[in-house]
Write a protein that binds this ligand. Structure first.
Ligand code: DHB
Length: 392
């Protein structure tokens, strides 16, 4: 599918990165009649198998359905009608559906990516895997193929959607607001039956644990760990002992099985402002990173391109830049709300190393205030399912 592009090919929009932001954007542009080329450094197999988070907000699901990519998520995604918050092994259910009228879905990010790749290819889209962008100079984008050939592509607009390490962010030269967290997650994939119907977010004096799921036979668990930890620091015995200690509760025992994947995930918050300069735009993790709690990253990337796509379409089709020039202004309020929620949920549920007795008791009291109040549960539910508009 690596189409052979003639040197000097022109495209209205060149997208760097075939992740959720880049692929969704390319699909939305196509539906509005605007061509794009997606350039991705990694192989298709790699992109389609990288394990990431797995929660799709209702607005993301709605976009998939409305634009003809919802068939598989509707058949295979697991509806998420509620979540459980466990505080020192006592659970409170947050009725997402009852409190918001909406449900999210558990559907791994790489499945989302597979659906959009398949759809772009079926629609005749140009996706260049194993191609690396080496320079963006105005409208000229230099690309190197895996066999070392050099291509030059002319693009009216260039979107960097190539993740948190995007080298193109420096060319936007924005202000980078950052926050570091004194904890990380140790992510596990486990061949086991589901522990419970719903996800369990558990906080415990020894740390946080998240009991998520993937299927009837595969489960996704996370344990709070130190940012300095490596997977070798965690023996099987320690993993299971800590999962049970932190996340078991009345009637629920974390189900055990063979561990097939172990990785440490860093916690970071960062936002770049502005998200554009000239004809270069940042989308998704290239512009901002959220910590994993609440799984907002993919949804935020999709929210960005829902704002960026209409601006690009208008600029390409009419030459009017008014909407495109407002991309940052239109995208940022949502970015900061997601940032705030991810920070809040992380801070409520994690015991920072060396947390003082005062902070620990205060944190648990705050959690109880939220969980015991209907207004508190509703606030949590609304933020968790997402607050962005469901219409583009
Ligand atoms: C998952 C990840 C999250 O960060 C989260 O909040 C919920 C679920 C997951 O990978 O399943």
């Amino acid at each position: 599918m690596a189409k052979h592009l003639p040197h000097g090919t022109h495209t209205p929009v060149l997208i760097i990165g075939a992740g959720p932001a880049g692929l969704t954007l390319s699909h939305l542009l196509h539906q509005a009649g605007v061509d794009s080329i997606v350039v991705e450094r990694r192989s298709r197999a790699d992109v389609e198998s990288t394990i990431r988070a797995g929660i799709l907000e209702p607005a993301t699901l709605e976009l998939m359905r409305r634009t003809g990519v919802g068939e598989r998520v509707d058949a295979e995604g697991i509806p998420e009608r509620g979540i459980e918050i466990s505080v020192n092994n006592q659970r409170t259910r947050i009725d997402l559906e009852g409190l918001t009228g909406k449900t999210a879905a558990i559907y791994p990010q790489h499945e989302y990516v597979k659906d959009f790749i398949a759809r772009r290819l079926a629609d005749g889209g140009t996706l260049l895997f194993e191609h690396t962008v080496t320079a963006v100079e105005g409208e000229v984008v230099s690309v190197e193929t895996s066999s070392g050939e050099h291509l030059s592509i002319r693009a009216d607009h260039v979107v960097a959607a190539d993740g948190s390490a995007s080298p193109w962010r420096a060319q936007v030269a924005g202000l980078r607001a950052r926050h570091e967290y004194p904890y990380a997650w140790f992510g596990l994939m486990v061949e086991a039956p589901p522990t419970h119907r719903e996800l369990i977010y558990a906080t415990h004096p020894e740390g946080f644990a998240l009991i998520s799921k993937r299927s009837d036979t595969l489960q996704r668990y996370y344990l709070q760990c130190s940012p300095e930890d490596s997977p070798e620091d965690w023996s099987e015995d320690r993993i299971w002992e800590q999962l049970h200690r932190r996340a078991d509760s009345e009637g629920i025992t974390v189900s055990e099985g063979r561990i097939t994947e172990r990785a440490v995930l860093r916690f970071r918050s960062a936002v770049t402002e502005p998200m554009q300069r000239g004809n270069l735009y940042l989308a998704g993790d290239a512009a901002h990173t959220v910590p994993p709690t609440g799984a907002k990253g993919l949804n935020l990337a999709v929210a960005d391109v829902q704002v960026l796509a209409p601006g690009l379409v208008r600029a390409v089709q009419t030459g009017e830049r008014d909407l495109l020039d407002k991309y940052t202004e239109l995208a940022l309020p949502h970015v900061w709300r997601a940032q705030q929620f991810s920070w809040w949920m992380s801070s409520l549920l994690h015991a920072a190393e060396g947390e003082s007795p005062f902070s620990a008791r205060r944190r648990v009291a705050q959690l109880h205030s939220v969980l015991e109040s209907e207004a508190g549960r509703r606030f949590l539910a609304e933020q968790y399912v997402g607050t962005r508009a469901q219409e583009v």
